[in-house]
Design a binder for this molecule. Structure first.
Ligand SMILES: C[S@@+](CC[C@H](N)C(=O)[O-])C[C@H]1O[C@@H](n2cnc3c(N)ncnc32)[C@H](O)[C@@H]1O
Ligand SMILES: Nc1nc2[nH]cc(C(=O)O)c2c(=O)[nH]1
Ligand code: SF4
Ligand SMILES: [Mg+2]
Length: 210
């Protein structure tokens, strides 16, 4: 199978449990909860997306003909050294494209594989670190994993229900939109009220990283 990749780059994981860790990011094109077109945002299931995932025209983006070609690009982006190789599959929604072939190719290249998914599709069982970020109004089928990352505030979210899902870590991340400080305050209050949860900040935005 070929893979449509918007962009591919080396950075530090900015969010969540692994914040601060060196990682190659593969941003797959396309999502099942929004077309990515601004004119569709108001009627999309997921309305707050901060990411351009349309097309293959970002830095390092391309149509990769097969898993070998995509894994080779990830190896090249990582650069020298085989130690602690870490790749984050994101998007768009990566589970629209992630398959056995790319999981095997990345493992063969020595990478630990993390995924950022909205959880509406089952995550590939070979992924080493599963981060699910539920979206109100969608049906989350992937209710287990390593990290549950809830963007907050998010009207229509059943927090008590999410807390029953089988995740090792529960994180709450401020919604990045025009409300700014009010969302920081809401996410901070959320974590202060619930000891099960910890705060995740989008540190790459603070640092000016990609
Ligand atoms: C762009 S999404 C791609 C992966 C997948 N589609 C998902 O939603 O989890 C990557 C992460 O950014 C989060 N995110 C997207 N827009 C955001 C925003 N405006 N503020 C805070 N986090 C946001 C998502 O919830 C998800 O955890
Ligand atoms: N540095 C950095 N960290 C991230 N963590 C999750 C991201 C994403 O868009 O999935 C992201 C991203 O786009 N950049
Ligand atoms: S599910 Fe993820 S990629 Fe899709 S629109 Fe929402 S935040 Fe963006
Ligand atoms: Mg992002």
């Amino acid at each position: 199978m070929s893979y449509a990749v918007k962009e591919l780059f080396l950075t530090l994981q900015g969010e969540g449990f692994h914040a601060g860790r060196r990682a190659v990011f593969v941003r797959f094109a396309g999502c099942n909860l929004w077309s990515g077109r601004e004119e569709d945002r108001a009627t999309a299931i997921c309305k707050f997306c901060d990411t351009d995932f349309v097309g293959m025209d970002g830095g390092g983006g391309a149509r990769f003909a097969d898993a070998g070609a995509l894994a080779a690009a990830v190896v090249e982006a990582w650069g020298q050294g085989a130690e602690r190789r870490f790749v984050v599959l994101t998007g768009g929604e990566p589970m629209l494209q992630v398959d056995d072939a790319i999981v095997h190719a990345l493992h063969d290249a020595g990478f630990t594989i993390a995924i950022e998914s909205n959880g509406t599709l089952p995550v590939h069982p070979g992924i080493d670190w599963v981060c699910i970020s539920p979206k109100a109004g969608s049906e989350v089928v992937q209710r287990s994993g390593d990290e549950l990352k809830l963007v907050w505030p998010q009207p229509g979210t059943d927090v008590a229900e999410i807390e029953r899902w089988d995740f090792r870590h529960f994180l709450v991340q401020p919604l990045d939109d025009a409300a700014g400080q009010a969302n920081w305050d809401a996410a901070t209050a959320f974590a202060m009220e619930r000891p099960k949860w910890r705060l995740s900040l989008q540190t790459h935005k603070l640092l000016g990283l990609r």
